[in-house]
Design a protein around this ligand. Structure first.
Ligand SMILES: [Zn+2]
Length: 364
């Protein structure tokens, strides 16, 4: 009896072991299949997220002079400029929400004509406005697109848009203690919108008017890939590029461009970075060791300084020999510090031969 029970127990144990083995084999198989599938998917996705074509070197590249910075001049000619903590969320490279009360918005209509007075692009809504700083660069970009393609089909569909409120959903608000706070609408959070940052005045969406009353979003196809390839020359970036979703937290959007200024746009173009990556990269550069970038017109230096826990940040700005500061722009990074861009004049730059000399001397 005992033996039989033992046999039974053994048999049951064996059956259970067998079942467990089969089960774990099945699980392993399943995991393998899923893993392989994911790997394949990942591969596919990686291939897909590569840019559709390598951006060819721009024709003007050769004409950009090879300048470098005169480090001695930097060390000996500077002053300190104080920036308040309230500036952390302000500036060209921040997540600033534009303050309309301060003025500074201009109708985009002003940017739609070439120097002969012909209209080269149009607006979906004639009241569209953007930051005044962006009007000229936008005009230059539209003019260049027109002279390169002879297309007048660009239509600007979205520009500055204040943070919107859902009027229809206004309701009585109470705090957690039941005190009446007022009757108002909750603002729509930007994260929930596919096309963000339109409240900073530096963002713009392009559409294409294809004739037959058909309007479509701009895509990087045919002649319209011009914008993605050339926008940096005018200080614009494609804000949500393909393959950068993990940094921007937004899907690829070929129609949405943002003005960031020529220095930042050139650096991002040169290094293949999106705005978030640029903001991280620039933390490696200081006043003494700035990141420099050459554009057709001039050389810029860009550097970062961390903000102290409280109070003002003292920023080094290079000065001319008479003590006047060089043209500069300071922008908060919306987190922990400031990004400074200085437009350098000839006295701070070394050219060609001088460049090689500096290189060898700094090595020794
Ligand atoms: Zn947009």
């Amino acid at each position: 009896m005992q033996n039989k029970r033992k046999d039974n127990t053994n048999a049951r144990l064996f059956a259970m072991k067998l079942a467990a083995a089969v089960l774990s084999a099945a699980v392993i198989l399943l995991i393998t299949v899923v893993f392989v599938k994911t790997a394949v998917k990942k591969d596919k996705k990686e291939i897909k997220s590569k840019p559709p074509e390598q951006l060819p070197e721009v024709s003007q590249a050769e004409s950009i002079p090879d300048r470098s910075i005169d480090e001695d001049m930097l060390k000996n000619n500077f002053t300190y400029y104080a920036v308040g903590p309230e500036q952390l969320h302000k500036g060209l490279l921040s997540d600033e929400s534009f303050d309309e009360s301060g003025g500074g918005l201009l109708p985009i209509f002003n940017a739609l004509f070439d120097k002969d007075g012909s209209q080269i692009a149009s607006l979906e809504d004639n009241t569209l406005k953007c930051h005044s700083e962006m009007i000229n660069p936008l005009n230059q970009m539209l003019t260049a697109f027109y002279s390169s393609t002879k297309l007048r089909t660009i239509l600007i569909s979205k520009a500055y848009q204040p943070k919107t409120v859902q009027q229809s959903e206004a309701y009585d608000h109470y705090d957690i203690y039941g005190n009446y706070l007022g009757y108002y609408a909750d603002p729509i959070t930007e994260d929930s919108e596919p096309c963000a940052e339109h409240d900073n005045g530096f963002s713009i969406d392009f559409c294409v008017y294809d004739g037959n009353d058909k309007i479509r979003q701009l895509t990087a196809e045919d002649k319209y890939s011009w914008f993605e390839k050339n926008c940096y020359k005018y200080g614009f970036i494609l804000r949500y590029p393909e393959g950068k979703e993990q940094f921007t937290q937004k899907e690829y959007c070929p129609a949405h461009f943002r003005y960031v200024g020529k220095a930042a746009a050139n650096i991002m173009h040169e290094k293949g970075l999106c705005l978030e990556e640029f903001a991280e990269l620039i933390k490696n550069y200081s006043y003494d060791k700035p990141l420099t970038v050459n554009t057709e017109e001039k050389m810029y230096m860009v550097y970062y300084i961390a903000a102290p826990e409280s109070g003002d940040t003292l920023v080094q700005i290079p000065t001319y020999r008479d003590g006047e500061m060089l043209p500069f722009e300071i922008s908060g990074n919306s987190a922990d510090g400031f990004i400074i861009t200085v437009s350098l004049d000839d006295s701070f730059t070394l050219k060609d031969n001088a460049y090689t000399e500096l290189d060898s001397s700094s090595l020794s």
